[in-house]
Each structure stands twice: as C-alpha cells, then as structure tokens.
Design a protein around this ligand. Structure first.
Ligand code: HGY
Ligand code: MN
Ligand code: MN
Length: 409
C-alpha cells in the first residue's frame, strides 16, 4: 500500500506540472496543457497494463479486459479551473490507475472489464456548460451543444476537431457500463472538522449555471452627463446585489456565486457598451433552483432598459447516489476499520451527470482547511490512504468479484 501511495503522491505533483500555464495551474480541455496531461496519464495507464483509447469528445480511457464485457468504470476529470489546485479531478484518475494496477498485479485479469477514465471539460472553465466528457458518456451531448464558444470565440466542435478527437460523430451513450465510482477531494471542511478520512456521498446538489448580458450605450466618460447615460455597469451591479440578498435569505439551503463580471470595452474613460456576468446557483432541492430562475426573471424586468439576455448553460437536477452502492461502501469501510460518514456534495461532479443513467457512487477524502479551486488545495497522503483503500476494496469486489474476506490482502 505504501508503494502505491508514494506513486500517487509523486504522480499528483508530476501531473500538476503539465497543467502549469504562466506559473499557475490551469489545464483547460483541448489545450497544449491538456495534451501534455493526457499524454502522461495515457503513459501511466499503459504502464499499468491498460489498453488506452480516446473517444470522440476527448475522454481518455484505460481498458483492462475481463472475461465479461460488463464495464466497471472509475476515474474523474483531468481539466482544472483557472489558477486551480493539484487534486480536484486528478486524484480520482490517479487513484483509479493505482488501484487497477495493484489489483491486476495481485489477482491478474478482472472478471468484469475495468475501465479507468480521464474525463474532459468537467469544470466549464473553458466552455461554460461544463461536464462535456460525462455528458457524452450518457448521450446527453447534442451537435447543437458543440456550437458553444469559449472566450476567444472558438467552438467546442472546432476545439475537439483540432485535437483530432471529433470526426463529426458524437460517441454513443455507453450501454456497457454497469457502474461508475469516482474518488474525489471533498472540497469542503466537513471531513476534516470531524476528523474523518472517508466521505460516502449520498447525493449531489442541483446546478443552475449561466450568464447575463446587460446592454448600454457606449459613450465618452467625460462629456456625457450622468442623466443622459445608459450605463450597464451600475445596472448589473444593482442586479448582483439584489440577487445576492435573495440568496442570503435562503440560509444554508442554497449558494449563489457571481464569479465573473466583465464590462466591454473595459476602459476607464469609456461608458460600457455591455456587461456580461456569470452566475452559479446550487441547491439540494429542485424547488429552490426553480425559484432562482423565477427570481432572476423578476429582477431583470426592472432592468428592461438594458435588454438583459440570460443564457442557462448548465441546468442539472439534484442527483442521489446509488443507495445499494452507498451501503456496500459502508460495509467495506467498516471491514477496513475506516472512520467514515455519509455526506451530500455541495460541489458538482461528473458523477452527478453519469449518475442520471448509470449506477454511480463517490468516495470523498478530506480537503485541508476545506479549500479547493485554489492553488492552496491540498490533501496529505495519510488522508488519502483510507479512501484509496476503500476504492481498491470496492473494485476488487465489483470487477474482480473477490470478496474482501478472501485473503484480506
Ligand atoms: O464547480 C464545481 O462544483 C465542480 O468543481 N465543477
Ligand atoms: Mn472536480
Ligand atoms: Mn472543480
């Protein structure tokens, strides 16, 4: 186990280095950083005995054939947020490779086919809708979705074609995948605060992500009297403030983030032509997300003079994890004597997309100080160990069909 954990620790650092852009971690999909990261992951998968392949949207798979075609899928996303951390996504791929490799060395071929996956564009840090790789797996990506453009006006389709992944045909939904298991950092402070090493995820929040453009009349900052302006910046600021107050009134049942406000052309002596702001609203209850949409529509009526345009890039309902899988993980965690707790995820994950069609579960490991989506993201190896052992035990039973009691190895 120590040798595996050592490899996991080294690989986290090595993979992170491939995602450095101007000194910060940002491995956005279909970029040179992504290409370097995917190549390294592919090498590790092949060294571990997996056959590798890419699908038409750029997901990288490592396949270990079993005697049956039923696939046990495990892994996570390889992209990161801008100025992000080393563990979000990466840890789930690296632990999956390590577990598959160790089980193969000990028990040979699995009974059910094991596939590890490095999914693309989960974060939406290049293409706002996000979850591209996991949406492709369940057939929830349409040709129209590929027309979404990034901040440079490059479409998702062009980006995937340029990398040589997409040839005009989207991947068929995976009917052969029996279940998906994702190990991930908690990205919050609950496990750490409770001194617990393993989180068994029960459900994932629903998501409402998009942007709003407020339009104004571009003009001279010095010669235009205040009462003759149509300045979209104060309008957008007032909207954000009112939306924030609405969200605060929901207590811990909802979160709302405006992560980006951009005035164009963005010069100090020019009254803006338009303002674009992003919103990211999450809640465990769909009724609150529905109320959020109504609130946005109601608030924007007051700003009709700025012809606000709302685009909902990602709308996902809250998704429960597979209950039988939760109990199975608890039984295995008990057997290994791990301290664990059930918890819901406030972060979005590929598991919540795949879990809409395929039996899906997640294992959390603690995040130091609860920090994530930041270069300060960190999880010590001793805090990864229990979650990794649980992942391995689950794969041993589900893919290798060997009871943990067989030999306790
Ligand atoms: O935003 C999220 O929760 C995830 O990291 N994509
Ligand atoms: Mn993630
Ligand atoms: Mn993330």
């Amino acid at each position: 186990m120590d040798r595996e954990l050592k490899w996991i620790g080294q690989s986290i650092e090595q993979l992170a280095e491939t995602g450095k852009k101007d000194g910060a971690y940002w491995r956005a999909s279909y970029t040179p950083e992504d290409h370097r990261g995917a190549a390294l992951l592919q090498q590790w998968m092949e060294d571990a005995g997996f056959q590798t392949y890419f699908d038409a949207v750029g997901n990288l798979y490592g396949r270990m054939e079993g005697t049956s075609d039923a696939v046990i899928l495990t892994g996570s996303h390889r992209d990161t947020v801008a100025n992000g951390g080393k563990y979000d996504g990466a840890l789930g791929i690296i632990t999956a490779i390590a577990a598959g490799s160790a089980l193969y060395r000990t028990y040979g071929k699995p009974q059910k086919t094991l596939e590890v996956v490095a999914l693309c564009e989960e974060e939406g840090s290049r293409f706002l809708s996000g979850y591209i790789g996991s949406r492709a797996i369940i057939g929830a990506l349409s040709p129209a979705d590929l027309q979404e453009v990034d901040e440079d006006g490059i479409s998702l389709q062009t980006a995937m074609q340029t990398c040589g992944y997409y040839d005009g045909v989207l991947p068929k939904p995976r009917e052969d995948v029996e279940q998906f298991l994702e190990l991930h950092i908690e990205q919050g402070g609950i496990l750490e605060k409770n001194g617990i090493h393993v989180g068994i995820v029960t459900a994932m929040v629903g998501l409402l992500i998009g942007d709003i453009v407020f339009h104004g009349a571009q003009n001279h900052a010095g010669t235009t009297p205040m009462d003759l302006r149509c300045d979209p910046v104060p309008a957008a600021a007032s909207f954000v403030n009112t939306l924030h107050q609405w969200a605060m009134s929901k207590g811990h049942n909802l979160v709302c983030t405006v992560g980006n406000i951009t005035a164009s052309p963005g010069k100090s002596n020019v009254i803006a032509n338009h303002v674009r702001l992003t919103f990211d609203i999450r809640a465990g209850r769909q009724s609150l997300l529905d109320e959020a949409k109504e609130t946005i529509a109601f608030l924007l009526k007051k700003f009709a003079a700025y012809t606000p345009q709302v685009t909902y890039a990602c709308q996902e309902t809250p998704v429960p994890m597979d209950q039988e899988g939760v109990q199975h993980l608890e039984t295995l965690a008990d057997k290994q004597g791990a301290a664990y707790m059930r918890l819901a995820s406030g972060a979005g994950h590929d598991a919540q997309i795949i879990g809409q069609r395929i039996k899906t579960n997640m294992i959390f490991v603690p995040s130091k100080n609860g920090v994530s989506h930041s270069p300060d993201e960190f999880t010590a190896l001793e805090d990864i160990a229990a979650g990794y052992q649980l992942l391995k035990a689950y794969l041993k039973e589900s893919a290798w069909r060997r009871k943990e009691a067989d030999d306790g190895r």
